[in-house]
Each structure stands twice: as C-alpha cells, then as structure tokens.
Design a protein around this ligand. Sequence first.
Ligand SMILES: NC(=O)c1ccc[n+]([C@@H]2O[C@H](COP(=O)([O-])OP(=O)(O)OC[C@H]3O[C@@H](n4cnc5c(N)ncnc54)[C@H](O)[C@@H]3O)[C@@H](O)[C@H]2O)c1
Length: 259
Amino acid sequence: MTDSLTGIRTLVTGGASGMGAGIVRAFAAAGAAVVSCDVQVRPAVEIAEKATAEGPGRADFVECDVTRPDSVEAAFTRAAELLGGLDVLVHAAGIAPGAPAETIAVQDWDRVLEVNAKGTFLTNQAAFGHLRENGGRILNFASAAGVIGLPNKAHYAASKGAVLAWTRTVAQEWGGLGITVNAIAPAISTPMYATTRASLTPEQLAAHDAQIKSLMPIDGRLGDVDRDLVPLLSFLAGPGSRFITGQVFAVDGGMLMVR
Ligand SMILES: NC(=O)c1ccc[n+]([C@@H]2O[C@H](COP(=O)([O-])OP(=O)(O)OC[C@H]3O[C@@H](n4cnc5c(N)ncnc54)[C@H](O)[C@@H]3O)[C@@H](O)[C@H]2O)c1
C-alpha cells in the first residue's frame, strides 16, 4: 500500500528492470503520471503499457541512454511535454559488473563510471532545468558499496561514492530553490542481484549468503521492491519530505548502520 501520488509527475530512469520497473508500476498504481526511461525498449514499453492499463495513474516510455548528453536532454524535454512539467526524478539506471580490483580493464572502469557517475550528473542536471522554477525531488540510487566498499566491485563502489558526493553537493547548491536531492542505498532482490549471484562459484555463493545473514539483522536476505522499497520512495516523492535533503536512505535490512 502506498501513499497517494495523484498528480505527481515523475521521470524514472532504469524503468525496464528491477527497482526502476517496480517504481514505474507502483507510482502509476498510486495515481502518479510517470515517464519511464531506459536503453532497453521492449520490456520498458510493456511495463509502462501495463501500468497505464491498470491505472489510476499512467506511464509512458521514452528511450534514453543516461551516458549521452543529447539523449538525456531530448528524453527530459519529451518527458516534461508528456507530463506537463516535472516534480520528481527517480534515477535508478545503473550497471554493476564485477572483477578483482587488480584486473579491472581501463574500458570497464570508464564504462561503469560513465553509466553510474556521469549518468547521475547528466540526469540530475537535466532535471534541474525542469525543477528550478517550482522545486521538486531528486532520488539517486547509490549503494552501500559507495560507503563501505564492495570486494570484486571496486569500480562500481567508486562510481557509487561519486553518486553520494554529487548528491550531497547538489543538495546544498539547489536546496534554496526547493529542490531536495537524496540517495538510496538499497539491498533489494532484482535482476542485477541475480546476475551478481550467478557470477559466483558455489563456495563464493555460500560465503556471500553467510555474510549477508550475519550483517543483516532483518531477514538475512535481500528485500522485495514492493514491500520494502516502494513505501519509502512514495514518501520521498511526496510533499511530506520537503525538509529532508542530502541524506542516504539505506533500505537494506539494517546492513549499513553505524556499529
Ligand atoms: N539490487 C540491489 O540490491 C542494489 C544494491 C545497491 C545499489 N543498487 C543500484 O540500484 C539501481 C537499480 O538497480 P537494479 O538492481 O534495479 O538493477 P537492474 O539491472 O535490474 O536495472 C537497471 C536498469 O538500468 C538500465 N540501464 C543500464 N544502463 C543504462 C543507460 N546507459 N541508460 C539508461 N538505462 C540504463 C538497465 O537497462 C536496467 O533496466 C542501480 O543504480 C544499482 O546500482 C542496487
């Protein structure tokens, strides 16, 4: 069950899969007008069409590669036309390949930083142009990896550290305009997490599961998009969060806590 988001005009990146897809569905179901953006067209279109058919809100799809300035600018302009403006950006697009730090190839480092860090910079800057008059909300998907590191994903961790530093900085620069900028550090079961699990040997997987179990006081395994993430995102997208900015919200069963 979510709070009502009737009339909230939201652009969601990464709307073809995982948490972005879940937010597109849930926000439309709570009455929001949503534009879903992704590089994967077919699944995103299907998700948006189904969300619109189920109502009471609606979702449209606009193709967007968050690494390309021209693509981002065009997608945000089109989204604002479709929505009649913009209130909220949920920036969930990202990639999370793995490799031991000493073997990361330069092109892999560049690609991860391009999608996760540059994508955050470009989408947030594009959103700013639409939010500067009336304020609004930006919700960036960071990661606990950007705070405490993540073995086998050093380039990913570095990119999410950049997302956090960017989020805190623009929260300060744009707060005077009524634009809040917050970060999410999730631990939610999605296709991205399934890919990470599939890359592990049986021994590594057993060690991974044991580690999550010992570090996560609630459940001991990753959470569910609708049950565990949507309620917070619905609150953060709404008017009740106007006084909250520059924060990192860990939706992770208690993994990322000060110990
Ligand atoms: N799943 C987790 O527990 C977890 C943990 C920490 C952080 N995150 C972060 O949360 C966000 C969402 O993750 P998810 O698990 O839902 O992942 P996911 O892989 O299920 O979905 C990510 C989406 O981003 C899209 N995308 C990738 N590159 C893009 C580009 N250049 N332009 C536009 N779209 C692009 C993909 O097509 C995909 O639809 C990511 O930023 C991820 O790093 C996830």
